[in-house]
Write a protein that binds this ligand. Structure first.
Ligand SMILES: [Zn+2]
Length: 428
């Protein structure tokens, strides 16, 4: 298995490397991106002021709105001829966020994904079925080149064609599949429907990302498919997948590849740094990006950072698995709730399948929430009792119960074969 020496460097030398790279990044942004020159001038910071990693706090922040305002390429720091590839993130509203990559950026991206795969336990020679969508979305091609970089075999199947996915898992004996967590479950369900026991497949690892995944959801994936489930994290604005990854040794937080990405955690309301170990919004600064250097990007993802050395001996900081986005926060009749909190409660029940949806409406100026959860295939209990148990548990854990709890029949709730699953329908 390839060893990436930088992953185990002592913290002090990582900090020094970061400080040097931060200074270079600020200089690149200042000299080549009018948006940053203006913001840095306004903040009264010049690239020469950067002496240590802590100085990152003096820098202006970047938001997703900035990407939209600078659409399409206002944040690019290189000439068109140097851009080797373009990707975009699918915005649900407005224009997509466009990002570009130089040759150097593509090399870095392949390396951080290869590192992520290696941390996941993937070895050269393994076969990886890449079920992320190809195209403008960074998931497909991002994983693809990292798999090749590691020296593994890639099956570039992309998303969808679920029966075909199962046939290929079986016929080519794929060791690893990369996809969203909800799609991993759908593949398990499809295999069962085809009369194939998914635990009999050669598959040993699922690398899942692009959607939040709670612990109960991970356990469900691991049990249904007989695999180790590993979380990968990334976002197009920073590079794509491969910003951080869990190690298979500990499965306890995602190591951020700090030689390329500098993390901070801030209070989502004020933007001020939180105390070490406290939860807040993840903010990332790129340290080596050439085409689109990004200073202090507000990811919207809620996490904590853990600088304790990991049992895998990697020294790079770990972020907690992201189950909530600041954007996902639901405020229902003044109560703050994350969909992931509801997921964690309902998936505790063996009688419930890992499919649910939340419908929010407003009736007579009042918010209402309808929660639909799907019954497990082999459900043979009492519906009334199951309903009551779920409602009691929600009340005990979240101090909240939906106005309506509906038990859906097995297979009734929509499955997502391509792209990210949608579970919350806010009609207010
Ligand atoms: Zn580790």
């Amino acid at each position: 298995m390839p060893e990436y020496a930088v992953e185990r460097r002592d913290r002090e030398s990582i900090r020094e490397l970061q400080a040097d790279r931060l200074r270079e990044t600020v200089a690149r942004a200042y000299e080549n991106v009018p948006f940053y020159r203006e913001a840095l001038d306004e903040a009264g910071v010049s690239p020469d002021d950067i002496d240590s990693v802590e100085d990152v706090r003096e820098l202006p922040m970047t938001t997703k709105e900035d990407f939209r305002d600078e659409y399409p390429d206002g944040l690019f720091a290189v000439d068109d001829e140097e851009v080797r590839r373009i990707h975009a993130s699918s915005g649900t509203t407005g224009k997509p966020k466009i990002v570009g990559y130089t040759d150097g950026d593509l090399d870095v991206w392949s390396e951080v994904v290869a590192r992520s795969l290696s941390a996941s336990g993937v070895e050269p020679g393994d076969t990886v079925q890449n079920a992320y969508g190809y195209g403008l979305f960074t998931g497909g091609l991002g994983l693809h080149y990292g798999i090749e970089e590691l020296g593994a075999t890639v099956i570039p199947i992309g998303g969808g064609q679920t029966q075909r996915q199962v046939e290929i898992l079986q016929d080519l004996g794929s060791d690893v599949i990369s996809c969203t967590p909800s799609y991993a479950l759908y593949i398990a369900e499809t295999a069962e429907g085809m009369g194939i026991d998914p635990t009999d497949l050669d598959l040993s690892t699922v690398i899942f990302g692009a959607e939040p995944c709670t612990e109960p959801m991970r356990r469900e994936i691991e049990e249904r498919l007989g695999v180790t489930g590993i979380d990968i994290y990334g976002l197009s604005e920073i590079i794509g997948p491969g910003v951080s990854n869990e190690c298979h040794e500990a499965q306890d937080g995602l190591h951020i590849w700090e030689d390329h990405f500098l993390p901070e955690v801030v209070d989502p309301a004020t933007g001020e740094p939180v105390e070490e170990g406290e939860e807040g919004e993840l903010v990332l600064t790129t340290l080596t990006k050439e085409a689109v250097p990004v200073l202090r990007y507000r990811t919207g993802d809620l996490t904590t950072l853990d600088y304790e050395e990991c049992e895998c001996s990697r020294t790079m900081v770990r972020m907690d698995n992201v189950t909530g986005r600041a954007d996902d926060l639901l405020i229902v009749r003044g109560v703050n709730l994350y969909p992931s909190e509801i997921e964690s409660v309902v998936l505790e029940f063996d009688d419930v399948a890992p499919y649910y949806r939340i419908d929010l409406d407003r009736e007579d100026e009042l918010d209402t929430m309808k929660l639909s959860v799907e019954l497990a295939e082999d459900f043979d209990g009492d519906r009334g009792e199951t309903r009551e148990e779920i409602l009691t548990r929600l009340e005990n854990v979240l101090s909240f119960t939906p106005d309506e709890l509906r038990l859906a029949e097995p297979g009734e709730l929509a499955r997502t074969e391509v792209g990210k699953v949608k579970r919350v329908f806010d009609n207010r």
